[in-house]
Design a protein around this ligand. Structure first.
Ligand code: G3D
Ligand code: MG
Length: 180
């Protein structure tokens, strides 16, 4: 019988308040949360087990809650994170625009606390905009500058792109640690 391996990956999900971090994780993990963490360290924790290539992958998502500011820093939040997801909102208002500007700030915080871990960018709330009118060169430039793995258009509302986006980072981690 083939032995299967078990992997545990902690993934931090960061980005400005109300960009859809919690909704995205909820959509992907089918709402599995441990809410006590919110009170203790200003973060929400959710766990999701997934079979990958015959191995068991345990995903621990940590999501900033309440204090969605890039100055937020608690050593437990970033400790031992294997990857990060930076989320911003595509909505055409101040929240959306600020969240795009702040990608670089979130990147700096992640880099400072976690070093060189894989980062994927989620451009969320794609259901609120006309996808064909989006300026992908602007996003791609940012992806290249910061050496992000990739970016994905997502909608926590319709589910568009959510599985693909999360799978991109899970696959990357799986391949990275599987070959060790
Ligand atoms: P946060 O965890 O980053 O702070 P939330 O963000 O997940 O709490 O989402 C903030 C608000 O945006 C919520 O609205 C949520 O329903 C909405 N939202 C999240 N993702 C999407 C999306 O992809 N599309 C649309 N249209 N809305 C989204 P409310 O009104 O509940 O505060
Ligand atoms: Mg939240």
């Amino acid at each position: 019988m083939k032995n299967f391996e078990e992997f545990r990956f902690k993934i931090v999900v960061v980005g400005d308040g109300a960009v859809g971090k919690t909704s995205l994780i909820k959509n992907f993990t089918k709402g599995i949360f441990e809410k006590d963490y919110v009170k203790t360290i200003g973060a929400q924790f959710s766990k999701y087990n997934k079979e990958f290539n015959g191995d068991m992958v345990s995903l621990l998502f940590w999501d900033i809650a309440g204090q969605d500011d890039f100055n937020f820093l608690h050593h437990l939040f970033y400790k031992e994170a294997r990857a990060a997801i930076i989320v911003y909102s595509l909505e055409e208002n101040e929240l959306g625009e600020n969240s795009f500007t702040h990608i670089k700030n979130w990147y700096e915080v992640v880099e400072k606390n976690c070093g060189n871990i894989p980062i994927v960018l989620f451009a969320n709330k794609v259901d609120l905009v006309d996808e064909n009118s989006l300026d992908t060169t602007k996003i791609q430039k940012l992806v290249n500058e910061h050496n992000f793995l990739n970016f994905f258009f997502t909608s926590a509302k319709t589910g568009q792109g959510v599985v693909e986006a999360f799978n991109a980072i899970i696959e990357q981690l799986y391949l990275k640690f599987k070959t060790l």
